[in-house]
Design a protein around this ligand. Structure first.
Ligand code: ADP
Ligand code: 5GP
Length: 184
């Protein structure tokens, strides 16, 4: 039975917001905490939002084979550590991953049984508004993320499930139905 859920889609589309809601609604669902070389944003803490690693530590752990998947995004590295998944998968605990598209492809190859959901914005303009409204990225970073987003949106047909995050409540209902349906 599927126990690993990959949530992907462009930055700012609402993946984090939806996953917070999903974890409240699905009993026992746990978040895989990713590793990254980007700096913590105000309010983020190590081991909770991310495992914040130096470039050297990240590369060392890639070489050691510690990652299920890893990818470069907007000039930084991000990846899912095996240690976030292995024990939970072995124990039958459902896990949710919030990752970008290249990483989702790697998980698809390594774990074809994982359920993958692409979260799409109603429009690129809405995505821009959300990235600016979130207030975590300067104008240059917002533009870099929007450029990546245009590419990422072309990957939609690869995904078994696509949820358009227009009204948040509707999107959360749709995502919850997918996950609950898989968990049975
Ligand atoms: P991601 O994790 O995909 O980068 P976030 O969850 O951080 O995206 O959401 C980006 C911004 O958009 C946040 O400020 C969030 O509150 C807002 N947001 C999320 N979903 C919606 C929605 N359906 N309508 C409007 N704003 C939204
Ligand atoms: P942010 O800097 O906004 O936290 O994340 C930037 C992008 O990296 C987002 O699209 C996010 O989903 C993605 N990301 C976060 N963690 C991982 C991970 O472990 N692996 C991959 N491949 N992407 C990730």
């Amino acid at each position: 039975m599927a126990r690993v859920f990959v949530i992907t889609g462009p930055s700012g589309v609402g993946k984090g917001t939806l996953i917070r809601g999903l974890i409240e609604r699905i009993d026992g669902l746990q978040l895989s905490v990713s590793a990254t070389t980007r700096a913590p944003r105000p309010g983020e803490s190590d081991g909770v939002d991310y495992h914040f690693l130096t470039r050297e530590e990240f590369d060392r752990r890639v070489a050691a084979g510690d990652f299920v998947e890893h990818a470069d995004y907007a000039g930084r590295s991000y990846g899912t550590l095996r240690s976030e998944l292995e024990d939970r998968v072995a124990a039958g605990v459902p896990v949710v991953l919030e990752i970008e598209v290249q990483g989702a492809r790697q998980v698809r190859a390594a774990m074809p049984e994982a359920v993958q959901v692409f979260i799409a914005p109603p429009s690129l303009e809405a995505l821009r508004t959300r990235l600016i409204g979130r207030g975590t990225d300067d104008a240059g970073e917002v533009e870099r993320r929007l450029k990546v987003a245009e590419q990422e949106l072309t990957a939609q047909p690869e995904f078994g499930h696509v949820v358009i995050n227009d009204r948040l409540d509707d999107a959360l209902d749709a995502l919850t139905a997918i996950v609950a349906g898989e968990l049975g």
